[in-house]
Design a protein around this ligand. Structure first.
Ligand code: OAD
Length: 239
């Protein structure tokens, strides 16, 4: 089983989803706070924004849907893989270990300019980061450190994509039922939104669990409309 999650799974924990009707993300234009150009133009604003996201994620708890997925992993072992677009760490706090964070994590920091490896960072003090990176000795004044998040216009980690591809090929060739389940995602952001098509090619039965009818509904064979916590409590036996 391959599970893809999006912001909708964390909504019942109390975290806002991305696509509100006003086109803003917590009062900001997405390109201001979630693009390399936005960071280069105003790194202080970007840090204030992500420190606030960190604070919000630490204030809430994983919900029943996160816990159901940790339970599926326990039952299925290496026949289960979770890929999340969320950066809030709630899957890990619910007990998921076989989880790929394709859009990165709020709780890691890396350098915007050099290949200093990302490191764990739970700090809620943005001013601590207003220093040059130790790897970039040329300019200690600029703010080089940034959240380890994949922003618009940036590439996903090719190692993650390769791991996903290997999993789908093996699951499809295993001779056992293979299910792809997307949960709480509007299907607007690629390449995550295209996974359903690749999973189907690899032999998966495809399911979507979502509160609203998304624009890419016709790419799924089964649609389970409702709140993730409710739908997931019975979905496994229905698969
Ligand atoms: P969106 O905010 O685009 O979509 C969330 C979806 O969850 C919507 O279709 C809602 O109907 C649904 N939803 C809300 N509450 C739900 C609930 N309780 N149960 C089930 N579904 C529910 O979020 P994503 O699709 O995750 O990227 O957005 C994808 C990416 O866009 C994010 O990872 C982020 C953003 O820009 C980066 O930060 C790189």
């Amino acid at each position: 089983m391959l599970v893809l999650t999006g912001a909708g799974i964390s909504a019942e924990s109390g975290l806002a989803t991305f696509r509100g009707t006003d086109g803003l993300w917590e009062g900001h234009h997405v390109e201001e706070v979630a693009s390399p150009e936005g960071f280069e133009a105003n790194p202080e604003l970007v840090w204030r924004f992500y420190i606030e996201r960190r604070r919000a994620a630490l204030k809430v708890e994983p919900n029943a849907a996160h816990r159901v997925l940790a339970g599926w992993e326990e039952m299925l072992g290496d026949r289960f893989l979770l890929v999340t677009q969320n950066v809030d760490g709630l899957h890990q706090r619910a007990g998921s270990q076989r989880a790929i964070e394709i859009h990165g994590s709020l709780f890691r920091t890396r350098c915007h300019y050099c290949d200093l490896p990302a490191f764990e960072d739970l700090s809620l003090e943005p001013q601590r980061l207003h220093h040059g990176c130790v790897g970039c000795r040329d300019d200690a004044q600029r703010i080089a450190l940034r959240p380890d998040i994949v922003w618009f216009g940036e590439m996903l980690d090719p190692a993650h994509l390769a791991q996903l591809e290997r999993f789908m090929v093996q699951a499809g060739a295993s001779g056992k039922p293979f299910h792809f389940v997307a949960i709480g995602t509007s299907g607007h952001v690629y390449p995550a939104a295209g996974l359903v098509v690749r999973a189907r090619q690899a032999g998966a039965q495809t399911h979507l669990v979502n509160l609203e009818v998304p624009t890419n509904l016709d790419t799924f064979e089964h649609f389970h409309q409702g709140e993730a916590t409710k739908v997931l409590s019975t979905l496994y036996s229905a698969c």
